[in-house]
Design a protein around this ligand. Structure first.
Ligand SMILES: NC(=O)c1ccc[n+]([C@@H]2O[C@H](COP(=O)([O-])OP(=O)(O)OC[C@H]3O[C@@H](n4cnc5c(N)ncnc54)[C@H](O)[C@@H]3O)[C@@H](O)[C@H]2O)c1
Length: 345
């Protein structure tokens, strides 16, 4: 999770570009995540070339960038950037031509990712690093059909990628350490907060933690123990308020009072044996699915997706600004905008 991934003995060395020479990025797949990446790359001053087989891909991307731009502007991240510096291409080879980095964000389907990464590999010069947005597959399994696995890395973002700083970066068994280093440096230069993992773990870090919460929430709905609304409020009005400042570990350090984590563990250690969690996922029956969908519609209370996205984005912007201010009052403006505010080509 830190310094370097051990290089595999067989990984050929790569002739990678200097980060500042990358001015064009290709986004392969431009839905919620690929489109969000595209908006972020544009804001950081890159030219973005897109390949997405959906006939309405360009219209959807236009709507997504239009919605993201005001949010990015509020974080002072679009100065000098061109909102319209993107093109959608009918041909994959054309889309990656001239790109110094490729971000793949196609649907989470292993067979599809394998085929797609092999196609990307075939048309992209072998020294260009390719990052995948996968939520949980390892690069070892995704790169099974490529000829140049050494340049393929996972670069896992969080929705919306134009506002959430975290990117988890990890290679597969055949990824060259220098490609993982390069990707981590590239995302950092863009202003992302990078966690560079040394080991492939299904779901990486944050999704393993989110999934534990999600599985328990589904169990509680399934058993009639809590409604969708109660589950959401238990976090937004409860522990969620602490998380922008301190993660789950430091939060529990403070739960131990002056005795810190040591007292917390000694005090609440026995609770670890209590039946406070089930963790194994429940069976997603049609009844459970319907209950969760109906509860979510009720919680949305007539607000459509675009309205909820605008509300979410405004909230994330406010929280980023406030938590940066609370951490470091002296440089609140810089901290809220991005860890590396001058990133871009
Ligand atoms: N949605 C999230 O919260 C989230 C968060 C982090 C990572 N991810 C990951 O990002 C990736 C994309 O997820 P999403 O939520 O944007 O999905 P999505 O359904 O919104 O978008 C997928 C896009 O890929 C396009 N597509 C379909 N087949 C393709 C192909 N063969 N090649 C290229 N593009 C193709 C679709 O037309 C669509 O535009 C997945 O790997 C997912 O696990 C999603």
């Amino acid at each position: 999770m830190t310094e370097s991934t051990p290089s595999t003995p067989t990984a050929p060395s790569l002739d990678l570009s200097a980060l500042e020479d990358v001015t064009t990025v290709a986004c392969v797949g431009a839905g919620t995540i690929g489109g969000g990446w595209a908006a972020y790359f544009l804001a950081r001053g890159f030219t973005v070339k897109v390949w997405d087989p959906a006939p309405d891909a360009a219209e959807r991307l236009g709507r997504l960038v239009d919605a993201a731009w005001p949010a990015l502007r509020q974080l002072d991240m679009v100065d000098g950037a061109a909102e319209d510096a993107w093109t959608v291409h009918a041909d994959l080879a054309e889309a990656v031509d001239g790109a110094g980095f490729v971000q793949e964000s196609a649907p989470e389907d292993l067979a599809m990712k394998r085929r797609l990464l092999a196609d990307v590999d075939a048309v992209t010069p072998p020294d260009v690093v390719v990052g995948s947005s996968t939520s949980g597959f390892g690069m070892t399994e995704m790169a099974a059909e490529v000829d140049h696995p050494e340049r393929f890395v996972v670069g896992h973002p969080f929705n919306p990628p134009y506002l959430i700083p975290l990117v988890e970066v990890v290679g597969g068994e055949s990824t060259a350490a220098e490609a993982v280093d390069w990707a981590a440096a590239f995302y950092t230069r863009l202003g992302k907060s990078v966690i560079r993992m040394d080991q492939e773990v299904p779901g990486f870090i944050a999704n393993r933690l989110q999934e534990a919460l999600w599985r328990e929430a589904l169990h509680m709905v399934d058993h009639g123990e809590a409604t969708v609304e109660q589950i959401d409020r238990s976090i937004t009005e409860g522990p969620g308020l602490r998380w922008p400042m301190q993660g789950p570990m430091l939060t529990f350090h403070l739960a131990g009072g002056e005795g810190g984590m040591a007292h917390m563990l000694d005090h609440f250690g026995p609770s670890l044996k209590s039946p406070w969690t089930r963790l194994d996922a429940p069976e997603l029956t049609p009844q459970l699915r319907d209950a969760v969908v109906a509860g979510s519609d009720q919680a949305a209370d007539g607000r459509g997706v675009a309205e909820l996205i605008a509300e979410r984005d405004a909230g994330i912007i406010a929280i980023r600004k406030l938590s940066a201010e609370a951490r470091a009052p002296a440089d609140a403006d810089d901290g809220a905008a991005a860890p590396t505010p001058d990133a871009g080509p």
